[in-house]
Design a protein around this ligand. Sequence first.
Ligand SMILES: C[S@@+](CC[C@H](N)C(=O)[O-])C[C@H]1O[C@@H](n2cnc3c(N)ncnc32)[C@H](O)[C@@H]1O
Length: 270
Amino acid sequence: MEDKIQSSPEEVSEQELAYLEMQADMGITKHMGGIKATEELIELCDIDKGKYVLDVGCGIGTTACYLAKRYGCRVVGVDISEKMIDWSNERAKREGVENRVKFRVADAQNLPFEDTIFDAVICESVIAFIKEKQKSVSEYVRVTKKGGYVGLNEATWIKAQPSSEILEYLSHTVEKVEFLTSDGWEEMLKESGLKDIVVRTYKVSATSEFFDRVKLLGFKRILEAWYRFLSMCIVDLAYRKYTRKMIKESLNMPKGIFEYWGYGIYVGRK
Ligand SMILES: C[S@@+](CC[C@H](N)C(=O)[O-])C[C@H]1O[C@@H](n2cnc3c(N)ncnc32)[C@H](O)[C@@H]1O
């Protein structure tokens, strides 16, 4: 199977209200595998108290705050979206970890940090959305100390040749995104000079994803996010259009999609 399987440019350009933009408005982000996958990255990247960690594409700051609170790390979270950084700062304040976590707007493809300063760089469900994937991984390696770790959690084609129905479905629901096979993601880590690479792939299901998300974010936060979404639907035509599209798409979810589409944990040492 090819390393990259991408939806056609025409399908991508049709999307108006982007998936990530909607998440930023709702104040919700996620990655496959939830907290269990985050714990696995933490262990493989040898993260514990006293470590200085960068979380690239931190979204609403869930993992960065978790690292500070549970593990006592010093953490920097960056995201391309200002709204996500606002949510992250709010979360850090709410969780009382502002002294250990700092957030700032930055592009994964061009990180505003000196070389070799972090013990570990982690990145959950971000590179699939980025155009210059290899450049991003090389940036993560650049800012990592010698002997430190880079760890990714990325959506992955876990079985060869998904049907055109599956490809089309994903191009409509999670647009402007490019998933790779595990070989593709692994190659990217190798290309950027990482060693001792660990690759683990996992299947998910719609049910496991739902419960993982509840565990990660809490039921209250999810309800609040949906309340915001519904409020936006009332005032914004683009949201109403998007919702209609999403409902139609979910009813048409191809059978067997999770046989092909899962996630992978990819970790390498500098
Ligand atoms: C699916 S969300 C995952 C967020 C978070 N890592 C999590 O697991 O909840 C992807 C995030 O990547 C961010 N992102 C996309 N492109 C980026 C880039 N070039 N640089 C930094 N962040 C980016 C988005 O704004 C979004 O917050």
